[in-house]
Ligand binder design. Sequence first.
Ligand code: PLP
Length: 375
Amino acid sequence: MIYFDNAATSRPDEECLSAAAVYLDRKFYNPSALYAEGYNLHLELEEAKKNICANIADTDVFEAVITSCGTEADNHAIFCGGRRGNIVSTMGEHAAVFAAVTESGRRGVEARFAPLCKDGSVDADKLMSLVDEKTSLVSVMHVNNETGAVNDINAIARKVKAKNPHALFHSDGVQAYGKLPYVLSENIDMYSVSAHKIGGLKGTGALIKKKKLQLSPYIWGGGQEHGLRSGTENVFGIKMFELAAAKAYSRITENYKRVSAINARLRELLDERLFVCLSPESGSPYILTVAASGVRGETVLHMCDDEGLVIGTGSACSSNSAKRRSRVMSACGVGEDYIDGVLRLSFSHENTVEEAEAAARILSAAVQKDRELTN
Ligand code: PLP
């Protein structure tokens, strides 16, 4: 099977799984327990959190708060960071941010969404025109999960702080962490990451935040995560995250080059008469989104699945066509001819150029067959 849906989730790394297995049996203790076994585990977790943070930030300035996933990290940032005035975000956000900001709008904080450029990046000038003295939070994703477009969040955060130094700046970095070489600038207050996109497990994420930022708790209880997120820690998941992230960062340049070659080969091979490329060439090489006219993405996805190629679509599955269409693709201005035929291919360092060549053949054949059947 050729697995090209790594932006949805990645295969857990086997080496890391065996290394972390000790936390499922021998080191099973509660890290809040007072006896040595528990306390030592607590120290190991503190070290793991520091390491997860150190991959992208200065640990004198930033710290990681462990969450159950990227979605929870985003919700924590939005609901606890944007409590008054208005929140400025973008039309390109993952639902984890978009729905949380929309909900904040229902709870009395004005929700403002900046439009996108054609490639899925935010129109930074229009975003800045929405920021004013009442803005409490600005949230701009780092890598767009539907197109791979990269927002220059350090530059945007600098402009936001120059206009309103009291506004907090958050970025959803779920599709960037472990993939793009990058360091958080001091203008960024919060950054969300998730383990299962980089060989870790589903069920672990983190909100990387400025140490001096006084954020209110998201989950109340026994006071774990310095009181910000109570609940007995998922020790196995956190250790897996630390190990998978360490592996990803130790090979970040090598992996980036490998995936870029896969992406480039597909761009070269996909027949221009059948597909348009929606992902920008300057975007993350880990995501390649294309669209074919006159076909339904879901139909092509199933046809490819039958041939052993697993890919994603640009839209959620729903029989209601208004709901089926991706908000993000509409915001990018994808036209009527193409919007139902969006397909997302997303890669990992485990993929090969040979897989890309086979995938191009399978995809082209599926689109041609679907067109023949519908005409
Ligand atoms: N943000 C982005 C950009 C994503 O791509 C995803 C998942 O696809 C999430 C947030 C949610 O992460 P999680 O699945 O860990 O909740």
